[in-house]
Design a protein around this ligand. Structure first.
Ligand code: NAD
Ligand code: DAU
Length: 362
C-alpha cells in the first residue's frame, strides 16, 4: 500500500512523513516542488529508506501527477502543499493564488480522474485529505466562542483567502463528483523544522544571534498553538476514521498572546543558554509596525475530532515549547543551512548531481 503526500518537504509535511514511516511500513510518495520552504534536509534520515520516494514537482502539473498516480496507485492523497506564510501573501499574493487555488484545483482534477477509474473496492476506500487552517474562519473577539466546524468562512488575508478557496474546491469535488474528501482545519503549529520566518522559530533564532525580537503591534494577538507531532497524529486519525465529506477542526486548547510566547521563549533560553553578558533575552524584544489586516484572535474548538475520532493532543504548550527550544539549540547546523541558503543545495550534495531518486522515472 502507498500514500501520496504533497508538500512533504515543508515544515508539517516533513514531520508527517517522518512520523508516518516511524509507525508504518506503507510507502510514502512525497511530491514537493521545493519552493524556498521545502527542505529535503528535514528528510535526510530517510535517504536510504526505500519506503520514501521523493519526487520534485508541482501539484499543478497535469502530466506529472497523473503519471505518479498511475505508477504508484496510492490509496490516499494527503495534501499539505501550499504557500503558507501570511506576511509573504501580503507582499506577493499571486503565488498564493497560483499554488493554493489553481494548484489544488489541478490536483483535484488529476486525483478525480485516477479515482474514477479505480476498481470498486479501491474506489470506496480511497481518501483525499486536504490540510487546511483555522485562519479561514477569520478573527475572533476576546470573548467569542472558539471556531467550530460550522463557523462561516471569513478569511482576511490573501493567504487565508487562498486556503478558503481551496477548501471550497475540495468540498465541491465531493458534493458534485463524489470524491471521498476529508478536510482538517488546524491552528498554529510549532516544533522541529519550522522555517524561521514564522514567530516561534524566528524568535529562537534571532535571540541566539543577538538580534531584535520583532513583536507586531501591541503583541496581544492570540493564537492557539499545537505541537506539530500532535497535528500529524490528528491527520493520521482523520485519514483512518474520518467520514468523507466532513471537516475536522484540530487544535491544542492553548490560546496564548504573542508577547507571552516571546517572553516564554526568552525565559527558556535564559536558563538553557544564558546570554554572555548575563542580561535577559527579553531585552531584545522590539515592538514593530503591525501586520496589515492582522487577525486579533484564533481559537479552535476541537471537540468534534475528540468526540468522533477519539483524538487528543499529547503535548501541553509547556512540554511542546520546551522540546522545540531544545530542538533548535541542538540543531544549529540546520538553522545555519537555512539562513545561508545551503539547504537548497542539499539535493545536489546528497544525490551527487543526479536528479532526486524518482523524478526521472516519474
Ligand atoms: P511550509 O511552507 O513549511 O511547506 C509547504 C511545502 O509545500 C513546501 O515544502 C513547498 O515546497 C511545498 N509546495 C508549495 N507549493 C507547492 C506546489 N504547488 N506543488 C508542490 N509542492 C508545493 O508549510 P507548512 O507550515 O508545513 O504548512 C503545510 C500545510 O498546512 C499548508 O497547506 C498550510 O496551509 C497548512 N497549515 C499550516 C499551519 C501552520 O501553523 N504552519 C497550520 C494549519 C494548516
Ligand atoms: O493559524 C494557522 C496559521 O498559523 C497557518 O495557517 C499559517 O500557515 C501559519 O503561518 C500560521 O499563521 P500566523 O500568521 O498565525 O503565524 P506567524 O508565525 O506568521 O505569526 C504568529 C503571530 O505572531 C501573528 O499574530 C503575527 C505575529 N508575529 C509574527 C512574526 C513573524 C510577530 O509579532 N512578529 C513576527 O516577526
Amino acid at each position: 500500500m502507498t500514500i501520496l503526500v504533497t508538500g512533504g518537504a515543508g515544515f508539517i509535511g516533513s514531520n508527517y512523513v517522518l512520523d508516518w514511516l516511524a509507525q508504518s511500513d506503507e510507502t510514502v510518495v512525497n511530491l514537493d516542488k521545493l519552493s524556498y520552504a521545502g527542505n529535503l534536509q528535514n528528510l535526510a534520515s530517510l535517504k536510504d529508506d526505500s519506503r520514501h520516494v521523493f519526487v520534485k514537482g508541482d501539484i499543478g502539473d497535469a502530466t506529472l501527477v497523473p503519471a505518479l498516480l498511475a505508477q504508484y496507485q496510492p490509496r490516499a492523497v494527503v495534501n499539505f502543499a501550499a504557500e503558507s506564510h501570511v506576511d509573504r501573501s501580503i507582499h506577493g499574493p499571486g503565488e498564493f493564488v497560483q499554488n493554493n487555488i489553481v494548484g489544488t484545483y489541478q490536483l483535484l482534477e488529476s486525483v478525480r480522474a485516477y479515482w474514477a477509474a479505480l476498481p470498486a473496492p479501491a474506489k470506496a476506500d480511497f481518501r483525499f485529505l486536504h490540510v487546511s487552517t483555522d485562519e479561514v474562519y477569520g478573527s475572533l473577539g476576546k470573548s467569542d466562542p472558539a471556531f467550530t466546524e460550522s463557523n462561516t468562512y471569513e478569511p482576511n488575508s490573501p493567504y487565508s483567502a487562498s486556503k478558503a478557496a481551496s477548501d471550497h474546491l475540495v468540498r465541491a469535488w465531493h458534493h458534485t463528483y463524489g470524491l471521498p474528501v476529508l478536510t482538517t482545519n488546524c491552528s498554529n503549529n510549532y516544533g522541529p523544522y519550522h522555517f524561521p520566518e514564522k514567530l516561534i522559530p524566528l524568535v529562537i533564532v534571532n535571540a541566539l544571534a543577538g538580534k531584535t525580537l520583532p513583536v507586531y503591534g501591541d503583541g496581544q494577538q492570540i493564537r492557539d498553538w499545537l505541537y506539530v507531532k500532535d497535528h500529524c497524529s490528528a491527520i493520521r486519525r482523520v485519514l483512518e476514521g474520518g467520514k468523507p465529506g466532513e471537516t475536522y477542526n484540530v487544535g491544542g486548547w492553548n490560546e496564548k498572546a504573542n508577547l507571552d510566547i516571546v517572553r516564554t521563549i526568552c525565559g527558556l533560553l535564559d536558563s538553557l543558554q544564558p546570554r554572555a553578558d548575563g542580561k535577559p533575552y527579553a531585552d531584545q524584544i522590539a515592538f514593530v509596525t503591525d501586520r496589515p489586516g492582522h487577525d486579533r484572535r484564533y481559537a479552535i474548538d476541537a471537540r468534534k475530532i475528540e468526540r468522533e475520532l477519539g483524538w487528543k493532543p499529547a503535548e501541553s504548550f509547556d512540554t511542546g515549547i520546551a522540546k522545540t527550544v531544545a530542538w533548535y539549540l541542538g540543531n544549529q547546523d540546520w538553522v545555519a543551512n537555512v539562513q545561508s541558503g545551503g539547504y537548497r543545495d542539499w539535493v545536489q550534495t546528497q544525490y551527487g548531481g543526479q536528479s532526486t531518486p524518482t523524478a526521472a522515472t516519474a
